[in-house]
Design a protein around this ligand. Sequence first.
Ligand code: Z16
Length: 825
Amino acid sequence: SFQPTHPLALAPVTSPPHSVDGFVREFLRELNTDSGVTLSRSTVNDQYLSLARAVRHYLSARWLENTRKVRETKAKMVGYLSAEFLLGRQLGNALLATDLEEIAEKALAECGIDIATLRAQEVEPGLGNGGLGRLAACFIDSLATMGVPCIGYGIRYEYGIFRQTFVDGRQVEQPDTWLTLGSPWEFPHPEHAVQVDFGGHTETYVDTDGVERTRWVPGWNVLGMPFNYMVPGYQNGQVNTLRLWSAQATNAFDLPTFNSGDYAEAVRAQTFAENITKVLYPEDSTPQGKELRLQQQYFFVACSIRDFIDRFILDGDVTTLPERVIFQLNDTHPVIAVPELMRVLVDIEKLEWDAAWEITKKCFAYTCHTLLPEALEVWPTELLGRLLPRHLEIIYRINDEFLAEVRAAFPDDEMRARRMSIIAEYPERAVRMAYLATVAGAKVNGVAELHSQLLRDKVLHDFSEYWPEKFTNVTNGVTPRRFMRLANPGLSQLITETLGTGWLTDLERLAELEPYAEDAEFRAAFVRIKEANKTRLYRLLRARDQVALPDDHLLDVMVKRLHEYKRQSLKLLHIVSSYEQIISGKVDPSQVTPRTFVFGAKAAPGYRIAKETIHLINSVAAVINADPLVKDVLKVVFPANYNVTLAETLIPAADLSEQISLAGKEASGTGNMKFALNGALTIGTDDGANVEIRQLVGDEHFFLFGLTEPEVAEVQTAGYRSHEYYEGDPQLKATLDLIASGHFSGGDRTVFEPLVSNLLYDDRFMALADFRSYVEAQARVDAYYADQDAWARSAVLNVARSGFFSSDRSMREYIARIWHTQPLR
Ligand code: Z16
């Protein structure tokens, strides 16, 4: 331990001066000392990296102080376990959190640099697929802003979500090389590396205390290297930590081979270990059950649990864990943490099984994010037992004891016990991770009212009967710092001018805007901001995608992962139908409300129908955009590689938000909230959080259409035949026939045949059943948009009534009903 004597070494860490001069000094010091270049010789990338590190200096003191306080006060922490954190760019958020936006801009201007150029240089960390990963990022932002101690634990993928490109309208994936130009936001800590074991077998032995115990004799291991990221609260001096793990080979791994002289083989072994965190699996809601994915999952939770105990339970008394941490399981991905904690407590800490189980049950809570059966992970026992033999034994014992309880509570109901078993027997023996999480978790929550209700009634019905008090709902939210203040500075300024400050951390205050919906001057200011946001978007799309867009159209946006249940195909049917009615002479173009349709969507690389849908969108766009007949009224654009950064420019520009999933399939949605908060009106089904958005903004300000969830269930039971809708609706028939005719594929009828057949003869997500209702709702949109004043009033009311959807509110609910943690004093 240290014996410092210098007064500076004894004083607390300080922040640099909050001034232009102070900032210039930090920036130049970074540039000269760390990047090792002079200002005059520096590249944009040198400047960006130095700027990022300079901003970091303003967070370090508070970060170190926060970490110390948590340790000292033994405050209970949230351990947010998530395989994905879709952070988006860091620079803007860090400047906002530290209130350095103006200072940094001036400081750089005085160095002859336009800060916008440096902002554009940042490659966003795309360490997530979509909603679930972005939600995790919003949650840790809110916790830091509320001063609640939290440590996010996840994976530092070397390659995040793939970069999407289009070749002849088809999706082609490129690796996301986000680390190559440097990663100024992370702090590697090789000294805190953790060993993670895999494989091998288990054996019993008699311990020194005479007790027979089990031990795991692993077959191989890797090292987990932590990389820390600051998670700054909004202008409150709080900085939490996100700790992402990277896999590295251990010496034990390659030495024997190396010594035997096979150098190439030793290096191969190293590559094998480091594969674990090489790449993010690009499946949103449809996991493929790959062995490497289970390795990723176990790798990061084993590192995280070990890390938490080592760094926060300083006296080594693991029985105090439930007072120190609640691990939130973000979907089933981290659920292997449950048997891992049991293994640590029983095999390593040598607690009795029952005592360990009591602790474990208090340390976990589980959030389910889906209703799709194919998204609920199950791991074959063959695979799990081979990779983690001790964990499989522990799961069996948890299940045996749980089923004994169930049988005691429901004698003579063996079917129930079988239904509730953590182990599925068919089609192969496998561990149902959602059931394991439900059995172990102190609480189980869904992510919107409807979703939580369906979880209780359907997916986890037996469990909710058995433990009604375990189940709860926490409707998702989004951070207003990123999705209002950073993404929409114009609107944020108008709100601040109108309400004063404070609303950004107390979003229900948006309700105070309500009277201004009737204020013509306010509405005019609002409309000017929307127009400016459109101009900003179109400037970006011109530079980024070489497309020119008219600025007087209704801007209709559908951005989200490409998935059949989200029904991009239904959006396409509406577009093609509008087009067909014009080219067939049924509708005069002068009668059409001019619209620009924007899509943004990545498809999982192995998801055939999704990729064909992308191809069709691009083909429809090419034909419509080139047709002089519809030139002034229809435009379709599909900028490649939709990500958080593009969302930040797209969402504030939108007039209409498309939230058109089949009722009962979208757990929540969070894009829907971002659009409403930025003053877009929603056209949507009664699904996920759309239900709550509509209830809050009011039916007159929301375009509802489609079957409800109970109706969907009814139609399904009666037997759904999509073909009948095609036969029964001439407009739908003409639309599908136009696609089938080869009109969008240069006359080739085979190209989109699989898509058309899928809609006509399968249509799992009932696009055809909802078509009529959807086009009617779109007609209502057109009619309403004709009254620009009414539209603006509704848009303002959408903002005023959406304060509920702040992730700060979500966090308050988790804290009150699930975590029971306190803000740091
Ligand atoms: C995901 O992004 C979601 C669910 C899931 O099982 C897996 C992934 Cl990667 C999404 C839901 O589809 C969406 O409705 C929800 O808003 C989001 O998670 C956050 O809860």
